[in-house]
Design a protein. Structure first.
Length: 137
């Protein structure tokens, strides 16, 4: 008998593979073993539940606090004043479209008012978190 690292063993294995190429390998299926019968539970025995399962269903969460109404139109007007007013002024200046001077004053007041509103509604005061870098979402 040849050893597995013997070159003649490897050559013999390759010849066998080439000779049987394309044939489906037969796999002997193991005979199924019968499963053991389940052990019947006596009707008088009650299932013992862990303590954490016995109290399931008794917890009632507290009433959540009411969500404050967002000031969406004020904040939207402020952000559009900060973002849209300068862009509109730049477009008007680059296209040399004549607008009355009052329109320029309104754009400037819209920008300043929006900026002032956003600064005024920022959260105030320090936080108790030493790792807080000050950014807000």
């Amino acid at each position: 008998m040849s050893r597995p690292d013997d070159p003649s063993h490897t050559d013999e294995a390759w010849r066998e593979i080439v000779a049987n190429f394309g044939e489906r390998a037969s796999i002997d299926e193991p005979t199924p073993t019968p499963s053991p019968d389940p052990v019947p539970v006596a009707e008088t025995e009650e299932a013992v539940l862990p303590a954490w399962l016995e109290d399931e269903g008794t917890f009632v969460p507290p009433e959540p606090p009411k969500v404050p109404r967002p000031r969406t139109w004020q904040r939207g007007a402020a952000w559009s004043g900060v973002l849209v007013a300068p862009v509109l002024a730049l477009v008007l200046a680059l296209t040399t479209i004549y607008v009355p001077p009052l329109f320029g004053v309104v754009l400037m007041l819209w920008f300043l008012g929006g900026f002032a509103y956003l600064v005024a509604t920022m959260p105030k005061g320090p936080t108790n978190d030493p790792w807080d870098d000050g950014s807000r979402v």
